[in-house]
Write a protein that binds this ligand. Structure first.
Ligand code: DGL
Length: 275
């Protein structure tokens, strides 16, 4: 492994704002860690693109973050975790943490009846990322999956408690009603932003599983295991990079993270594509 400093930042990427749900989990657990976030807002959504395109964009995002000297990469996007994790691990010498395995493990721990729902982007659902992982860990589990692509633009738009979001949620999630699921994996990092509406529609007896929570614990374990935890007693610095600056990014991000975003920078697409 390259020489790595404990104060180097943890890198995160997503197609847009969704990965901030993972940043929130990580910074709650380890507030003294430095963070670099990249949201590919010029090319969101990833979930309706081909696997090849998502792999290409993921490698570009990872290379951008490597230039910021990250000590660990969190693929804070389920779509990229579903299709690009192997490639990323092949090319990177630092640890790479995805969303699928920690989310599936947590769902199995939380479910009492072994009937689990999964919602995600078209790519995540079509690739059966969670279904495969869940069945690998417990072949007896029953899995019901549903792609909910419209949740991504609704989250990016900040329509967190809008009646349109509730209508869309009812349309997508209605079919889970008679499936007896007792837990629902939010298999897209944008979805925890809409958590309140989703919970209202599926009912309070269904436990919502946010992969960001177990992924954050995994990040902590990795860093501890490699003696890479930041020892500072101060809050870490957070830097945010986006490939386009959508009007709503700052507003939704600040509302969601509960703090001011002071370092928000735009990255030109050719900075990502020209190696
Ligand atoms: N937030 C991402 C995910 O977890 C991607 C959403 C999208 O770009 O379609 O899948």
């Amino acid at each position: 492994m390259n020489f790595m400093n404990k104060t180097n930042p943890i890198g995160f990427f997503d197609s847009g704002i969704g990965g901030l749900t993972v940043v929130r989990s990580v910074t709650r657990l380890m507030p003294n860690e430095n963070i670099v976030y990249f949201g590919d807002t010029a090319r969101v959504p990833y979930g309706s693109k081909s696997n090849n395109t998502v792999v290409e964009y993921s490698l570009q995002a990872a290379n951008f973050l490597l230039r910021k000297n990250i000590k660990l990469l969190v693929v804070a996007c389920n779509t990229a975790s579903s299709v690009a994790l192997k490639e990323l691990r092949k090319f990177l010498t630092i640890p790479v943490i995805g969303m699928i395995e920690p989310g599936a493990k947590m769902a199995l721990q939380e479910s009492r009846n072994g009937v689990i729902g999964v919602i995600g982007t078209r790519a995540t659902i079509n690739n059966k990322a969670y279904a495969h992982e869940l069945k690998k860990l417990n072949p007896k589990v029953k899995v019901y999956e549903k792609a909910c692509p419209l949740f991504v633009p609704l989250a990016e738009e900040g329509w967190l408690d809008h009646k349109v979001t509730e209508l869309v949620a009812k349309e997508y999630l209605g079919e889970f009603r008679n499936k007896k699921i007792d837990s629902l994996i939010l298999g897209c990092t944008h979805y925890p932003i809409l958590q309140d509406v989703i919970q209202k529609v599926v009912g309070k007896n269904v436990k919502l599983i946010d992969s960001g929570t177990p992924a954050a614990r995994l990040v902590e374990d990795y860093l501890n295991g490699r003696q890479l935890r930041n020892q500072s007693v101060h809050h870490g610095q957070s830097e945010f990079y986006v490939s386009d600056v959508p009007v709503k990014f700052r507003e939704v991000a600040e509302r969601f993270l509960g703090k001011k975003i002071t370092h928000l920078h735009k990255v030109e697409l050719n900075e990502l594509t020209n190696e």
